[in-house]
Design a protein around this ligand. Structure first.
Ligand code: CFN
Ligand code: HCA
Length: 534
């Protein structure tokens, strides 16, 4: 199965020459007989092309900051921007103190024309005052939208004055939508300030329990983080903080006390993982709790890292009992899924992670890609060390150890670290390319034209992506599943999540709805239809 170069060229030939030249660099067919296959990524979408990407504000406020439940997140800008990032991502949160859980609110300065003309700083200060009066949060974030940057409101000055007035931390994020080519720049902006101003400010020197870890890049979409925490706690780990799903400002302040950082979504949080290693000497381990085997492998690597007999035994016991419980159910769904094919296109890491689940269900991924990932996500971190080639980092500074006097102890001696690295992938991860079959297609920033063209040629049985293309795909008669929001379902992570995913997509395949839809290619020609006269 798969696609050959000639067929791909046929699709690309439909583009004007200049566009074709650009898009060609973002697409390749996997070949294992060549050592390196380069892809262009993290560059600007051609204006006019319908991309699925979001903006820097989405990456900062929507993705990284939004899930922190005990801070109030104020959006300085037009109400549409506030609305866009208002719980649509389904990052769940619950709190022991419901008065300190602000996750369901959408708070915005609701900028109007007059604010654009006369400036919005006063309005922003007023909103902060109102928020303090109504909610009494421990801390506040301010996120900038495009017009704020264009008119030059000084959000930093407003934040500083508000801190002095109210005595709580008010963090200002210059994440105007246009600050980068996608969400990715926003992740970076959020990560930098959390690192600089929040992490390490807690008063704990040591974690209060054994095997303390941070779970980085887990946003608790549809409850994923809760399922992962359930497993980790059962084994005996102490979860210091989760960044940032169901996240808490108080917990993030003490993130420096963890002995190991687990990185689930590498794309959005690699900066924090790297900075925590530089500053506090905490190594990081790439994990993937999507898929049964991915979960097992991640748990085993963690046990190897901590190198404790009891923990290792408990890890194996939990794996065995979870497998015994879920495998019989999972296998039933596998019967429905086996032999089918998929396209898997998501933002920055799920396009890779979910291929695990597909292959465990006997589904082959024919095409995959990311909206805004960087080259290392495709080609592997061994090939492309992230920080050095990161286009965003040219504009957005990184934390360096030299800039900071306060360095904590190394969590693992340099000798032990080398020994561990020989056994487990500390500080490393594979790119998507290595997990895909020869002949499969890898596409960066897939657009709607290419979506339709690739579907017509390869006719996948399921297409996983987001809201912006879901219904177009569904109308083409293809089982379409959102892997951003999980279509109101979830969790899909961990053991229970694997079963839930299998159940949901099996329901999709088995739905009688498909009998009532005729895919467009069965009614060809599409554009040259005849017009009947009355
Ligand atoms: S939850 Fe994550 S897993 S954080 Fe990132 S790269 Fe987005 S919001 Mo949509 S679903 Fe998506 Fe990833 Fe990491 Fe989500 S694949 S695009 S910015 N993403
Ligand atoms: C975002 C958030 C998003 C959008 C999802 C989608 C999410 O980019 O602002 O396009 O379906 O996961 O909610 O990625």
């Amino acid at each position: 199965m798969g696609m050959n170069e000639a067929k791909l060229q046929e699709i690309l030939d439909q583009y004007p020459a200049k566009v074709q030249k650009n898009r060609k660099k973002h697409i390749f067919i996997k070949r294992s007989d060549v050592e390196s296959q380069q892809i262009e990524a993290n560059t600007r979408t051609i204006p006019g092309i319908i991309t699925n990407r979001g903006c820097a504000y989405a990456g900062c406020k929507g993705v990284v900051l939004g899930p922190i439940k005990d801070m109030v997140h104020i959006v300085h800008g037009p109400i549409g921007c506030g609305y866009y990032a208002w719980n649509t991502r389904r990052n769940k949160a619950k709190s022991d103190d419901p008065k300190q859980n602000f996750i369901n609110y959408c708070i915005s300065t609701d900028m109007q024309e007059s604010d654009i003309v006369f400036g919005g700083e006063k309005k922003l200060s007023k909103v902060i005052d109102e928020v303090m009066e109504i909610f009494h949060p421990k801390a506040i974030t301010l996120s900038a939208t495009c017009p704020v940057g264009l008119i030059g409101d000084d959000m930093g000055a407003v934040a500083k004055a508000a801190e002095a007035k109210h005595g709580v931390q008010v963090l200002s994020f210059s994440c105007e939508g246009y600050k980068g080519v996608s969400q990715s720049a926003g992740h970076h902006i959020a990560n930098n300030i959390l690192m600089e101003k929040v992490i390490g400010t807690g008063d704990q020197e040591e974690a209060p329990a054994k095997f303390p870890i941070n779970l980085l890049g887990e946003y608790n979409i549809g409850g994923d983080g809760w399922e992962v925490e359930r497993i980790l706690k059962e084994i005996g780990y102490h979860v210091v903080s989760v960044m940032t799903g169901d996240g808490s400002y108080e917990a993030i302040k003490n993130a420096h006390t963890a002995e190991l950082n687990l990185v689930q979504c590498h794309r959005s949080i690699n900066y924090i993982a790297e900075m925590l290693e530089t500053k506090y000497g905490t190594p990081w381990l790439k994990v993937n709790f999507i898929g049964i085997q991915g979960t097992i492998e991640s748990l085993r690597n963690m046990a190897l890292y901590f190198d404790d007999k009891e923990l290792t035994l408990k890890t194996e016991a939990v794996i065995a009992s979870e497998l015994a419980r879920i495998e019989p159910i999972f296998d039933q769904y596998k019967k429905i899924c086996e032999g089918k094919t998929a396209f898997c296109f998501v933002g920055g890491s799920r396009g890779h992670h979910f291929q695990n689940l597909f292959s465990e269900l006997g589904i082959e991924t024919l095409l995959a890609g990311y909206e805004f990932a960087h080259r290392d996500d495709y080609e592997g971190r061994e090939v492309i060390p992230t920080i050095k080639t990161d286009a965003d980092s040219k504009n957005i500074p990184h934390y360096t150890a030299e800039a900071d006097e306060k360095r904590f102890r190394l969590k693992v001696s340099p000798e032990k670290l080398e020994e561990l690295k020989a056994k487990i992938p500390l500080g490393e991860y594979k790119g998507m390319r290595f997990d895909m079959k020869d002949g499969s297609i890898i596409v960066d920033d897939l657009n709607h034209f290419e979506t339709e063209e690739f579907i017509k040629v390869l006719k996948p049985d399921i297409f996983t992506s987001g809201i912006k293309d879901k219904y177009v795909i569904q109308k083409m008669g293809i089982n379409s599943k959102q892997l951003h929001s999980y279509d109101y379902s979830g969790p899909y992570a961990g053991f229970n999540g694997a079963v839930k995913f299998a159940e949901d997509i099996s329901m999709g395949f088995a739905s009688p709805t498909w009998n009532f839809i005729t895919p467009p290619w069965k009614n060809q020609p599409l554009l040259e239809g005849t017009v009947t006269e009355e």
